[in-house]
Write a protein that binds this ligand. Structure first.
Ligand code: ZN
Ligand code: ZN
Length: 390
């Protein structure tokens, strides 16, 4: 069933759409994707699919057959109904009450297998239980350093009374009397093409092939019971937002003695107010005064591992980056730790006191600059004017 097509989906109509709705949907879509009008790649293919879907759904007999056999290719050529009317005729060979040949059942058991009622090739084969997902919230620091924690969640576990058999302790399941252990039964169906034999899951044993005469009082025969499960979790140092960790067999109980499914822990890491993080690298922006940048300085810089010394060379420009080796986050795979990258931002003072102003004017003069301050407050300008008048 590799080439499954849902004709209703193709036309964007519901399964119970009437002829008028189907016709309107077809007209609208065929206009939209007509190769003469739409030159987008894939438009022609889409147009063909729309046509194919309409060929089937606009024909009451073809539509009835399609509904009966689901969205798969359909028996023998039926899926290609749009390619030529003659091909659908091949299907007629199966019609008629007397037509049940030896190979016929095989075609239909393939066709209905799994999809219809859970009838499986071997219904009593062990199957692994379902996987579960658990969302774990971490702080920025917890994700970097990891932590040991416990989590609790509800899951389907193997029943502790019957150990999964579903039978009352002291008894055991027996072979199903209706299906004789095969898990499926043959039923007659009336279809557009006549009466057909199809397979479906046994209604007595539900497809398991086993019948439980005396049910376990705890699980009432299911073999499973709900439990609150608690496990220890070691969050590895260096996990990132959105990453997940698989804990084998921490999911739900399997059936027929199959193993437990897995548990996937998905990490949600809270952002930091101070740092940015990209993988193992941590980014920090710090302010630096003009004097520090021009003269050079030795400062203390925060890292997630504690403060460290950083030498600022004289003449440092704004946006200069410094790399603090090994002060980032641990690398999950492989060895070592990332770096912290510090970006300095030179701050221009917003307010100057008299001394600062005088010093800067002197600085400007020493640099050969003729600076004429003009954007002070009104008060500053008035003061300036008074000084000038003295
Ligand atoms: Zn049965
Ligand atoms: Zn039980």
């Amino acid at each position: 069933m590799a080439d499954q097509k849902d004709y209703y989906e193709t036309l964007g109509v519901s399964r119970d759409a009437d002829d008028d709705t189907i016709r309107k949907a077809f007209r609208k879509l065929s206009k939209k994707y007509h190769p003469d009008l739409n030159h987008a790649p894939g438009a022609e293919q889409k147009f063909k699919e729309i046509n194919e879907a309409y060929q089937v759904l606009s024909d009451p007999q073809k539509r009835a057959a399609y509904d009966q056999y689901g969205s798969a290719d359909g028996p023998q050529g039926f899926g290609n109904a749009g390619a030529g009317a003659g091909q659908a005729g091949g299907f007629g060979d199966f019609g008629g009450q007397g037509g049940f040949g030896g190979g016929f059942d095989d075609i239909f058991s393939q066709f209905f297998g799994g999809a219809g009622g859970g009838a499986q090739a071997n219904p009593s084969a062990p199957r692994q239980g379902a996987d579960l997902q658990y969302r774990m919230d971490l702080t920025f620091e917890e994700a970097i350093f990891g932590k040991d924690t416990k989590i609790s969640y509800d899951r389907e576990a193997v029943c502790h009374t019957c150990h999964g058999s579903g039978a009352k302790p002291g008894t055991s399941p027996v072979t199903c009397h209706k299906c004789h252990g095969t898990g499926y039964i043959q039923v007659q169906r009336n279809t557009a093409f006549g009466t057909m034999m199809t397979r479906q899951a046994c209604d007595v044993c539900g497809g398991t092939g086993k019948e439980i005469k005396e049910k376990c009082p705890t699980c009432h025969g299911s073999g499973h019971e709900q439990e609150r499960h608690t496990i220890d979790v070691k969050v590895p140092a260096g996990v990132e937002d959105g990453q997940q960790m698989r804990l084998q067999q921490a999911g739900e109980a399997g059936t027929n003695g199959g193993p437990y499914g897995d548990l996937y822990i998905v990490f949600r890491v809270a952002p930091s107010k101070k740092y940015q993080r990209d993988g193992a690298e941590i980014y920090l922006t710090i302010p630096l005064s003009f004097a520090q940048a021009a003269l050079g300085d030795e400062i203390k810089v925060d890292t997630v591992h504690g403060p460290v010394e950083l030498k600022i060379p004289a003449g440092t420009q704004s946006q200069t980056k410094f790399r603090l080796r090994g002060k980032g986050a641990p690398r999950l795979r492989g060895n070592g730790t990332g770096d912290e990258i510090v970006t300095v931002e030179i701050q221009t003072p917003k307010h100057l006191n008299e001394k600062q102003r005088a010093a800067l004017m002197q600085f400007a003069a020493a640099s050969g600059e003729d600076v004429t301050p003009h954007n002070g407050t009104l008060f500053d300008r008035v003061k300036e004017a008074f000084k000038g008048g003295k």
